[in-house]
Design a protein around this ligand. Structure first.
Ligand code: AMP
Length: 192
């Protein structure tokens, strides 16, 4: 069973790719952004706390995010494999995930990074704002999310690169071609 992470800047298409890739490897795609949005929709206390950060493009505090992820990983479907989307986003979360997995006697196999140019990212996010009506896809918030990605999340990518488990795939262009390239590269990396 595959234990994977997908990474990429906001607008890189990682949520969409995560769904297809997870289906291929028969693991659940676990998106912390989707989990937060479900809480917001259901009007839970966690949702009202998280929503305040999300609407500004800021990160939800690590302890809140990690506790929510821990709960999700305890579901039966994530027992032996999963594809994490949107976590870890900070170096502190890398450590928290490592602790979570160590307690489960598990390790990560591959971290897949989607590489997409800045111009394409902003265009895609503005399009998504029109299509999905996401409240965190206006231009000011988009810039803040990109800035946070560079400051906080690129060091996460670098950390996984140093560990030798990073796999980078070109994320620009056609959705189906990117999915096929990502799956092919993952199969090689997983030795399948
Ligand atoms: P996403 O759908 O992955 O773009 O996430 C949407 C928003 O949810 C982010 O802009 C953050 O406010 C919040 N969020 C999602 N994942 C995390 C995380 N790992 N750490 C902190 N905040 C997160």
């Amino acid at each position: 069973m595959a234990r994977l992470i997908i990474m990429g800047p906001p607008g890189s298409g990682k949520g969409t790719q995560a769904e297809y890739i997870a289906r291929h490897f028969a693991v659940p795609a676990i998106s912390t952004g989707d989990l937060f949005r479900a809480h917001v929709r259901e009007g839970t206390e966690l949702g009202s706390e998280a929503g305040r950060y999300m609407d500004r493009g800021e990160f939800v505090p690590d302890h809140v995010t990690t506790a929510m992820l821990k709960g999700r990983l305890e579901n039966d479907d994530a027992g032996t494999g999963f594809l994490l989307d949107g976590y870890p986003r900070t170096v502190a979360q890398v450590g928290a995930l490592d602790d979570l997995l160590t307690a489960r006697r598990q390790s990560l196999e591959v971290v897949l990074a989607l590489a997409v140019s800045d111009a394409e990212l902003v265009g895609r996010m503005l399009q998504r704002a029109r299509d999905q009506g996401r409240t965190d896809d206006n231009e000011v918030v988009i810039q803040r999310r990109l800035e946070l990605y560079r400051e906080e999340t690129e060091p996460v990518v670098a950390a996984y690169s140093r560990l030798g488990i990073l796999l980078t795939v070109d994320g620009s262009g056609d959705r189906e071609a990117i999915t096929a390239a990502a799956i092919a590269a993952l199969e090689v990396a997983l030795g399948e």
